[in-house]
Design a protein around this ligand. Structure first.
Ligand code: CO
Length: 149
């Protein structure tokens, strides 16, 4: 991969949309983050396709990061279940919002960054999401999500 070719900022909204954290107990994790950081719970939802339950907590305005996303596996045989079995709970992914998802993904492909899903899929909050291969992004699982809320 030629890093000179990377043009990720084009089509990206330029801010971190959320940080995803894998947890073993969603209710406890929500209490922890609410209590520890004074975050507000935006909501909890199930994402059946991923076999997970997700809580979104809103950070203070102006922090530059919109949300903390807590991810609990509903089935050990899911991406989050396997992640926790292998590495334990903890930081799972960083999500950047894209104003133009098509352009952002085209830029990634052009730069030789592999996509874990070639076409965006519906994630939490009904947003379209795509994940980049962590081997092509310095070991960090990067999510690109649609900017609209
Ligand atoms: Co996410």
């Amino acid at each position: 991969m030629n890093f000179d070719d990377i043009k990720l900022p084009a089509g990206m909204a330029g801010n971190v949309d959320h940080v995803g954290i894998a947890v073993t107990n969603l209710d406890d994790a929500v209490k922890l983050y609410k209590g520890l950081l004074g975050l507000e719970l935006d909501g909890v939802e199930e994402v059946p396709r991923e076999k997970i339950r997700v809580a979104f907590l809103r950070l203070a305005k102006g922090s530059g990061i919109g949300h903390i996303e807590l991810l609990e596996a509903l089935d050990p045989d899911s991406n989050i279940g396997r992640f926790i079995a292998k590495k334990g709970p903890g930081l799972h992914h960083v999500a950047f919002a894209a104003d133009d998802m098509t352009q952002a993904l085209a830029n990634c492909r052009e730069a030789g960054i592999r996509l874990l899903n070639e076409e965006p899929v519906v994630g939490a909050h009904g947003k379209m999401v795509t994940f980049l291969h962590p081997k092509d992004t310095g070991g960090v699982l990067v999510e690109i999500c649609s900017a609209e809320h």
